[in-house]
Design a protein around this ligand. Sequence first.
Ligand code: 9MR
Length: 576
Amino acid sequence: YEPDTGPRVRVNQVGYLPSGPKNATVVTEATTALPWQLRSASGGVLASGTTTPRGVDPASAQNVHSVDFSSYRTAGRGLTLAVDGEVSHPFDISGTLYDQLRSDALQFFYIQRSGIAIDGDLVGEEYARPAGHLGVAPNQGDTDVPCQAGVCDYRLDVRGGWYDAGDHGKYVVNGGIATYQLLSTFERTKNAATAGFGTALGDGSLRVPERDNGVPDVLDEARWELEFLLRMQVPAGKPLAGMAHHKIHDRNWTGLPLQPEDDPEPRELHPPSTAATLNLAAVAAQCARLFAPYDKAFAQRCGTAAKTAYAAAKANPTRYADPADGNGGGAYSDSDVTDEFYWAAAELYLTTGERAYLTDLTASPHHTGDVFEPRGFGWASVAALGRLDLATVPNGLPAAELTRVRASVTTAADRYLAEIARQAYGLPMSGDAGSYFWGGNSNVINNAVVLATAFDLTGQAKYRDGAVQAMDYILGRNALNISYVTGYGEHAAENQHSRIFGHQLDPSMPKPPAGSLAGGPNADLQDPFVEQLLAGCAPMFCYVDDIASYSTNEVAINWNSALAWIASFLADQGDS
Ligand code: 9MR
């Protein structure tokens, strides 16, 4: 199988910020420097120079050169880069490049909502659909859901929330990190020196039903999931009260495409887990501090749930989700929850300032450990979330502690910068096959989040530039010459695995909406379609834009939340 990779000059197909770095990669047989030209839409030469030969890139097995045209800083549309007889896909140089992406990446969540009709007047008729999983036939959920056999003797109303990904499952651990990142997107603009807050993320900024209710829309969107997460908590008086059920989903996997309201499978609550409970504790604590100015009663409800959950997790510290519990939904199992404990303690401390949480936080092995892994944080690895918030959310840590916490962010960011410099495609993850795994695009972006946070903390441009370079990779500067974000770039992913966005299988159904991030190359080839098609692929080639490939090409809330965070950060840079 030979994918069509288009012109051999690889750029960020969306474009470059006028004052930001501008890097490209050229696939060529040449081993010595080549001339390059930056061209206007009409073909005029705007700048020129020579490439830097980089040898064979291990992740793509390609001989490549890099091009740095950062010194050109004039805004323009439809520019191209010409090298070695090839002309790149067109791109812009603009300070407003990321504004629409911020909005679209956040808008994805409304379209993923469960338990509410999606209003075509808000997001386009093609995305309009009746409410899913409100107990209306043929649905069997989610208003009165029983447990799996033998797990509990009660039923819960767990309506609402977001569908996790291309399936109709709702998982507390993954809902946790996604909600954290939306809340953090909001909180960052509130605290960062570069704040664009008030307009970009205020009330009326998104197309959600709650717009114009006096609450910033990103908080409204996060609340849709928060209300669901709160419903997943075991009621008082029941065994394991205060813990959260790990997940709720179909008893058996369904086929594609399938609109949520047509899903006939029985829905079941799965056992409570320590990880889910700590995810609930962490995001409910964030909720308590961020909603306080807008809705005191809701903030209080979140605060109580956070404390109850945290106490329940401490009383049941090793209830791990079963890794084999993967029929009809993802397992999301994790047998190390020390990082979840650290994250939850950090959020509770930041919200309440209470000594008990500080004590737990300080006693955690993660408090002094290096929480920033080379391959980025993710749903199973959340210590970084606590650390990033301790570094940026105003708090009462002693000054020396705060300095150490903040320095850990810049130290990690320096490592990611070194990695970016090492690689001709500019990734902040090591170039071996182990960096290309299920959902890895979100981990690349999460490393960019660390870089962006280092910029917010220090104001040093090199960190912002690193975050930009990571996004260059996501938006087209890669071996496949593809933008992994639907609707962004000349050649972009559009057939992501999803039961809702089934266009490839049924043209009457929509494609994924603009701003949907694909999981990305996965060298482990974990679905039958790519096992066949891509056997032997070089890591960066282990991806296909086909709806059948769930292990390389799904959409997911925790991936789009990373995209929303970084797009919001970069949109703020363009404005400044
Ligand atoms: O994102 C998850 C990834 O880290 C795991 O390796 C993978 C296999 O367990 O599962 C991914 O999550 C999927 C979940 O299990 C079910 N819903 C779709 C998710 C995205 O593919």
